[in-house]
Write a protein that binds this ligand. Structure first.
Ligand code: NAI
Ligand code: 15L
Length: 278
């Protein structure tokens, strides 16, 4: 873990009750451990099995994000939300509609009704996936979603902006690149976000005052970055890791054909998935 503090200098957690959705998923498992010191109570939720609470400071609340009433109860008593839950890959629209589109609406409605003032939203690079890898873009670039999944994240960012403008609920939308233990292909040499850098970014997104609705790209300090985060410099996110130590291993893989979407588009293979069910 990096050296910055998870809690106030006295060791007192900065947040009361923090909700983590998608806690059974790949990133949820990582953040379930690492966000714990930040809050007096960590409420973890998922539609999938989560196991028992890991101690007196953790609450386990199973919930389907498509169930508005259940999500409303989930938000009750929370100070902030890290919203990771939902379908995390390209899938038929109907699946995305329930988990991601209805899901994010339910989360913000719950936040509004229960006075939750800060959301950290796991958005995705697939909001801008049809930009070419030759482009360097920032958060003001036109969105170019690369599928139903990317469209749902783009909708989520609009919901975040609306709930700030209308109700003052602040959000940091993190357009996560590829957050896995290590980069496993050439595209990920640009998009990789280490778990330590993810943790730092989520902490900053939770604790930085006055973020309004900030959009930030989630990538480590990789050599060939496509994304410019200067518009989000108020978060103070300074990634510490880089994909460089993995370059030799990744580049020992067979070369990609120049027509491979993984070599052309920032969203890689997602740009070529679907249609479904024809
Ligand atoms: P994951 O697929 O491992 O975890 C997502 C979790 O959401 C799962 O545990 C799943 O059971 C839960 N979920 C799905 N439908 C649900 C529903 N209807 N109600 C409640 N929970 C539901 O994904 P991962 O990799 O952990 O990603 C976490 C978040 O970050 C996702 O929102 C994903 O879209 C986003 N993200 C992740 C990236 C990555 O590189 N890992 C890149 C960009 C975005
Ligand atoms: C995402 O949004 C997905 O959730 C994740 O599984 C990866 O595919 C990642 O993007 C990526 O683009 O590598």
């Amino acid at each position: 873990m990096s050296e910055h503090s998870h809690s106030a200098p006295t060791g007192v957690p900065r947040l009361g009750r923090l909700l983590l959705t998608g806690a059974a998923g790949g990133l949820g498992k990582v953040l379930r451990e690492r966000l714990k010191p930040l809050a007096r109570t960590l409420r973890v939720s998922d539609i999938a099995a989560l196991g028992d609470a890991l101690g007196p400071h953790e609450e386990v609340v199973p919930c389907d994000l498509a169930d508005k009433q259940a999500v409303d109860a989930l938000l009750a008593g929370c100070d902030a939300v890290v919203h990771l839950g939902g379908v995390s890959v390209e899938r038929p629209f109907e699946e995305i509609l329930e988990a991601n589109i209805q899901g994010i609406f339910h989360v913000y409605e719950g936040a509004r009704r229960h006075g939750v003032k800060r959301v950290v939203f796991a958005s995705s690079n697939h909001v801008i996936g049809f930009h070419k890898q030759s482009e360097r873009i920032d958060a003001t670039a036109p969105r170019r979603p690369d599928g139903y999944y990317g469209l749902s994240k783009s909708f989520g960012e609009d919901v975040a902006q609306f709930y700030f403008d209308r109700y003052g609920i602040e959000t940091v939308s993190i357009r996560i690149g590829s957050s896995f233990p290590e980069p496993t292909n050439r595209r990920m040499l640009s998009t990789w976000l280490s778990y330590d850098d993810l943790t730092q970014l989520v902490e900053k997104a939770l604790l930085t005052p006055d973020v309004k609705h900030t959009i930030v790209y989630g990538a480590s300090a990789n050599r060939d970055l496509w994304w410019d985060n200067r518009a989000a410099s108020h978060l103070g996110f300074v990634p510490k890791d880089s994909s460089e130590p993995f370059r030799a291993k990744v580049e020992s893989q067979p070369p990609m054909a120049p027509t491979d979407p993984n070599a052309i588009y920032q969203g890689g293979a997602f740009t070529a998935q679907g249609p479904f069910g024809d």
